[in-house]
Design a protein around this ligand. Structure first.
Ligand code: NDP
Length: 328
C-alpha cells in the first residue's frame, strides 16, 4: 500500500525517541515501500524541544516520511493512528514510593488509553515502552474498552535481545545462531530469561552452556541488571538499544517471526502457563500480520516455575495497586 501508515510516538522529545523516530522514518518498521506519517505527543513544556527534533526530521529528507504532526493533546495526536508507541512515562525517581510512581503513570496512561479508544484507527496496535511498561499497558488497555485487548503489548524485546547477546558471548555463537529465546514475566529485575527452551545452533542453550551455577548466578542477573550497568558506564540510561528493541517488536508483530522461531512480547495473559488472565506478562509468541499467538505446550521445570511465579507475583501486586487507585 502507498497510503501512509500513521504512527504515534509519545515522549517524542526524549532520549529513546531521539533514536526511535529516525529509524521509523527510514522505514525500519514497515519496510522500504511504505510511507509513514508521524504523530508526536509531548507534555506542554517539551513542545519546544520537540520542534527541534522535527527540524532534524525535516533535514533528514526521508523519502518515506509523508508528514509529521505534533501536540500535547492525545485526542488530536492519536487521531486515526494505526500504531501507537507509548514511550513517554514517569519512572520512579530517587526516594519515590512505588504507589506514587504507579499513580503518576496512571495520570498518563489512563487518558492515553481513553484517547486511543476514541480516536485511533480501528486496526490500532499499541506498544508500551515507558516504564513500568507492563502495568502502564494494563492501565491503557483497561481504559480502552472498545479496542480488543490483544492489541495492547509491552516491551520485553530489549531484555530478549540482551539475553541473546549474553548467550552469544558465552558460547561463541553469533546472535543469528540463537533461536527460541524467551523472557517471561515483568520488564523488571524479576524478569526470567529462559535458557531451557532457547537454542544455540539447534542445541538447548542450558545444555550448550552446561553450567547451572553460571545461569543462576551470572547470566540471569547480568541480563536483568543490564540497564543499571549501562547507566553506570554511560552516565545515562540505555536509549538507542531501547529504541532498536521497540523497532524490532513492532516490525516483527507485523512482518512475522521466522518459521520455527519465536520472540518475546508482554501481552495480556489468556491463562497460559498459569499466568492469571488479564495480566500483561511476557511470553514466547509467534507473530504474523499484526496478530500474535502465545506458544503453547512448553514444559516448565521447577526452577523455571519458581522464576516465572515470582515475576508474575510482582505483576499481580502492581495490578492490585492500580486497581486500588481506581486506574483500572
Ligand atoms: P527516555 O526516552 O530515556 O525513556 C522513556 C521511557 O522509556 C522511560 O519510561 C524509560 O524507563 C523507558 N526506557 C528507557 N530505557 C529503557 C529500556 N532499556 N528498556 C525499557 N524501557 C526503557 O526518557 P526521557 O526522560 O529522555 O524522555 C521521556 C520523555 O517523555 C520526556 O520528553 C517527557 O517530556 C516525555 N513524556 C511525555 C508524555 C506524553 O507524551 N504525554 C508523558 C510523560 C513523559 P526507565 O527510565 O525506567 O528505563
Amino acid at each position: 500500500s502507498t497510503t501512509p501508515v500513521k504512527v504515534a510516538v509519545t515522549g517524542a522529545a526524549g532520549n529513546v525517541s531521539y533514536s526511535l523516530l529516525f529509524r521509523i522514518a527510514s522505514g525500519a518498521i514497515f519496510g522500504p515501500d511504505r510511507p509513514v506519517e508521524l504523530r508526536l505527543l509531548e507534555v506542554t513544556p517539551a513542545l519546544k524541544a520537540l520542534e527541534g527534533v522535527v527540524m532534524e526530521l525535516d533535514d533528514s529528507a526521508f523519502p518515506l516520511l509523508a508528514g509529521v504532526e505534533t501536540g500535547d493533546d492525545p485526542n488530536k495526536v492519536f487521531d486515526g493512528v494505526n500504531l501507537a508507541l507509548l514511550v513517554g512515562a514517569k519512572p520512579r525517581g530517587p526516594g519515590m514510593e512505588r504507589g506514587d510512581m504507579l499513580k503518576d503513570n496512571g495520570g498518563i496512561f489512563a487518558p492515553q488509553g481513553k484517547a486511543l479508544n476514541d480516536v485511533a484507527a480501528d486496526d490500532v496496535r499499541v506498544v508500551v515502552t515507558g516504564n513500568p511498561a507492563n502495568t502502564n499497558a494494563l492501565i491503557a488497555m483497561n481504559n480502552a474498552p472498545d479496542i480488543p485487548n490483544e492489541r495492547f503489548s509491552a516491551l520485553t524485546r530489549l531484555d530478549h535481545n540482551r539475553a541473546i547477546a549474553q548467550l552469544a558471548a558465552k558460547t561463541g555463537a553469533s546472535v543469528t545462531e540463537i533461536s527460541n529465546m524467551t523472557i517471561w514475566g515483568n520488564h523488571s529485575a524479576t524478569q526470567y530469561p529462559d535458557l531451557f527452551h532457547a537454542k544455540v545452533k539447534g542445541q538447548v542453550a542450558a545444555e550448550a552452556v552446561g553450567d547451572q551455577a553460571w545461569i543462576e548466578d551470572t547470566y540471569i542477573p547480568t541480563v536483568a541488571k543490564r540497564g543499571a550497568a549501562i547507566i553506570d558506564a554511560r552516565g545515562a540510561s540505555s536509549a538507542a538499544s531501547a529504541a532498536a528493541a521497540t523497532i524490532d517488536h513492532a516490525r516483527d508483530w507485523f512482518a512475522g517471526t521466522a518459521q520455527g522461531d519465536w520472540t518475546s512480547m508482554a501481552v495480556p495473559s489468556d491463562g497460559s502457563y498459569g499466568v492469571a488472565e488479564g495480566l500483561i506478562s511476557s511470553f514466547p509468541v509467534t507473530t504474523k500480520d499484526g496478530d500474535y499467538e502465545i506458544v503453547q505446550g512448553l514444559e516448565i521445570d521447577d526452577f523455571s516455575r519458581g522464576k516465572i511465579d515470582a515475576s508474575v507475583q510482582e505483576l499481580t501486586e502492581e495490578r492490585d495497586t492500580v486497581r486500588g487507585l481506581g486506574l483500572i
